[in-house]
Design a protein around this ligand. Structure first.
Ligand SMILES: NC(=O)c1ccc[n+]([C@@H]2O[C@H](COP(=O)([O-])OP(=O)(O)OC[C@H]3O[C@@H](n4cnc5c(N)ncnc54)[C@H](OP(=O)(O)O)[C@@H]3O)[C@@H](O)[C@H]2O)c1
Length: 259
């Protein structure tokens, strides 16, 4: 039984990670902004799975909050009087969609997105990798997106960063007992699209994945030490096509797309 820290654990994929990890007998540290929802989820997990659940309220666009989460990740369990368990699996999952046009919208919301989906992933991975290397075991799972292969605004740029960053981290960690994996889901039923006020009514059901499937595939790939994880055959094929498609076509699609 290990301990996993999941960011964005109050909804969608993060909530599903929490449930599947608890069912697999992991203790949990749950991170998100909504404290009432965090406590509610923690209570349900404790009651249903009998695991220990800590909650850390943090807005990952705020550097001081990210620093508190990083401090929790640095716990090795060897410090005098330390009762908290070291984290063996970090799931950098928190994120949100953006319908913004870069040149039309305000820079502050762009910077918040960069802070949550890039800066926080960097800081938390650094804290976790150091502690895990010291202990000679652990895993980091970063939630990217198939959007990393597209040219759909800054969101796809952030997810491309997550993908490249994780591949570099995995190479650096090879042989240390610590692994890094990036999961690249396609469209998945969560709160993501409602939160960004996207109209998804025109999208066919075949385009959608369910969170339990995405999370089960991602965790299976973490267990196998896979670096690039793409849940479902549909999105494996779409990703393969995007990788070989002429970039002008990819850019045309990016300009046309708006959920
Ligand atoms: N759904 C999709 O189609 C899809 C596809 C590919 C990739 N993804 C990626 O999957 C990840 C999870 O998204 P989801 O679909 O599960 O979305 P979701 O259902 O909207 O859940 C997002 C989670 O992130 C947390 N969060 C958002 N902003 C935060 C902040 N500033 N600080 C801390 N926590 C924050 C939210 O909790 P609070 O509001 O309580 O903070 C919530 O728990 C994201 O990285 C997303 O980019 C999603």
């Amino acid at each position: 039984m290990g301990t996993a820290l999941v960011t964005g654990a109050t909804a969608g994929l993060g909530l599903e990670f929490a449930w599947q990890l608890a069912t697999a007998r992991h203790h949990l540290v749950l991170v998100a902004r909504d404290e009432a929802r965090l406590e509610e989820v923690a209570g349900q997990l404790r009651a249903a799975a009998g695991v220990d659940v800590e909650v850390v309220r943090a807005d990952l666009s705020v550097p001081d909050d990210v620093a508190r989460v990083a401090e929790r990740l640095r716990v090795t369990g060897e410090e005098d009087g330390e009762t908290r368990r070291p984290v063996g699996l970090l799931v950098n999952n928190a994120g949100f969609g953006m319908r913004h046009r870069f040149t039309k919208d305000d820079l502050d919301s762009e910077l918040r997105a960069l802070d949550v989906m890039v800066r926080a992933v960097l800081v938390l991975s650094h804290a976790a990798a150091g502690q895990m290397k010291h202990r000679g075991r652990g895993a980091i799972l970063n939630v990217g997106s198939v959007a990393a292969l597209t040219a759909t605004g800054t969101y796809s740029a952030h997810k491309a960063w997550v993908r490249t960053f994780t591949e570099g981290l995995a190479a650096e960690l090879k042989g240390t007992g610590v692994t890094a994996t990036v999961v690249a889901p396609g469209l998945t039923h969560t709160e993501f699209h409602a939160r960004m006020h996207a109209d998804t009514s025109g999208l066919p059901e075949i385009a959608w994945l369910d969170a339990p499937r995405v999370v089960a595939d991602a965790l299976a790939d973490v267990r196998r030490g896979v670096v690039l994880s793409t849940p479902s055959l549909r999105y494996k094929a779409a990703s393969a096509a995007l990788r070989v498609a002429p970039r002008p076509t990819v850019r045309w699609f990016g300009k046309k797309r708006r959920l």
